[in-house]
Write a protein that binds this ligand. Structure first.
Ligand SMILES: Nc1nc2c(ncn2[C@@H]2O[C@H](COP(=O)(O)OP(=O)(O)OP(=O)(O)O)[C@@H](O)[C@H]2O)c(=O)[nH]1
Ligand SMILES: [Zn+2]
Length: 352
């Protein structure tokens, strides 16, 4: 029967539900995102049984909560815990103002697959990775998913289909085409800008650019994205050939809202890596398999990759794209981004 939603389609619905504040069923648990949960729904969920707050190991570290499950911690809700308490654990914005949230009691033993799937879904919905879970059966009308298969599906590579392409003369290169690719899992579309008519049997000058609304569109001085984007297009224009992938992985994959939370933490004195960790994310949540898949779909097998990030080179090679040459893409620092660029060199291995 083809009219029943597939697993990836149901996951896409679950992402939308969580973003709206609607709980979902994960196996024998109901799960809701703390960020979007209303007080009324919290009360209804708590009426069903003892509730647990699932946090990533990263967030638990900041909160000094024991993460017995390695990459995640299950915090038991004390009797008086309300939405203010939950949000304070979920969101590090107030950590410095109200540092003492504990002592927190975390659970050990038992099956954590629903909790792990819940956190993976929160990340894939670009919400704060903090999920409230209650052991209760699925309710009519709620999106229901099996935890194990959800985890496997979220870790799997998504197929990308070309949707449309057209000529798009650019300031940097008049002979350019913009290609749109759509994933089959209802997630973000990604773009490829093909400059000139690069031969498919030779390494192409290529750039994998991750979306940065603040840098690319607003000209933010806090990062190097805008100047890197322009420099890459200019180099390709000059060479007469190239391909720039514009990947909608804003904020290294955490989304613009979480990136602004990270910026707020940076204004409190934390660096770009610490800010991600305090929010409960890894330093870099991007899936670079998408870039390799798009290059292959466009017919490229080898790239001269414009990047300072050795991880990008390694990920291309690991996913079947040869990188015979890395082309550095250094732009002059300014007084707002010098610290950020230093941290990328020190902690993320960027070559400067
Ligand atoms: N989470 C987070 N993301 C940021 C921050 N500053 C910039 N970004 C994001 O970081 C990404 C920058 O990616 P790129 O320039 O493609 O990659 P890179 O890893 O720096 O490597 P290069 O190829 O050398 O530029 C974009 O998605 C930005 O939105 C920050 O402080 N926190
Ligand atoms: Zn940027």
């Amino acid at each position: 029967m083809t009219l029943i939603p597939t697993l990836p389609e149901t996951i896409a619905r679950a992402r939308a539900d969580l973003r709206m504040g609607l709980p979902i069923a994960l196996g024998d648990h109901l799960a809701a995102a703390v960020e979007t949960l209303s007080p009324e729904r919290l009360a209804d969920l708590r009426a069903l049984g003892p509730a647990v707050l699932a946090l990533t190991g990263r967030r638990a570290e900041t909160l000094k909560a024991r993460a017995y499950d390695g990459d995640l911690a299950r915090v038991a809700l004390p009797a008086g815990a309300d939405l203010v308490w939950l949000r304070a654990l979920a969101d590090p914005a107030g950590d410095l103002m109200t540092p003492l949230k504990g002592p927190l009691t975390t659970l050990r033993e038992g099956d954590v697959s629903a909790h792990r799937a819940a956190l993976a879904l929160a990340k894939s919905a670009q919400l704060l990775p903090a999920m409230l879970l209650v052991a209760a059966p699925a309710q009519p009308g709620l999106t229901a998913l099996p935890p194990g298969p959800v985890l496997a599906q979220l870790a799997a590579e998504t197929a990308m289909a070309p949707v449309a392409a057209a000529r798009l003369p650019l300031l940097a290169a008049e002979r350019s085409r913009l290609h749109i690719f759509r994933p089959d899992d209802g997630a973000e579309e990604h773009y490829a800008i093909e400059i000139g008519d690069p031969p498919r049997d030779a390494p192409v000058l290529a750039r994998l650019h991750s979306a940065c609304f603040t840098g690319d569109v607003l000209g933010s001085l806090k990062c190097d994205c805008g100047p890197q984007l322009n420099a890459a297009l200019a180099a390709m224009g000059q060479a007469g050939a190239g391909v720039l992938l514009y990947l909608n992985q804003e904020g290294r994959g955490i989304g613009l809202a979480n990136k602004m939370r990270a910026y707020d933490l940076q204004n409190q004195g934390f660096d770009t890596v610490e800010a991600n960790h305090r929010l409960g994310f890894e330093d870099d949540e991007r899936d670079f398999r998408i870039g390799a898949a798009l290059l292959r779909r466009l017919g490229f097998e080898a790239v001269r990759l414009m990047t300072n990030n050795p991880r990008k080179v390694a990920m291309m090679q690991a996913h079947g794209i040869a990188v015979p040459e890395r082309v550095p893409l250094i732009v002059p620092p300014n007084r707002h981004n010098a610290g950020y660029l230093d941290i990328k060199a020190q902690k993320s291995g960027h070559l400067l």
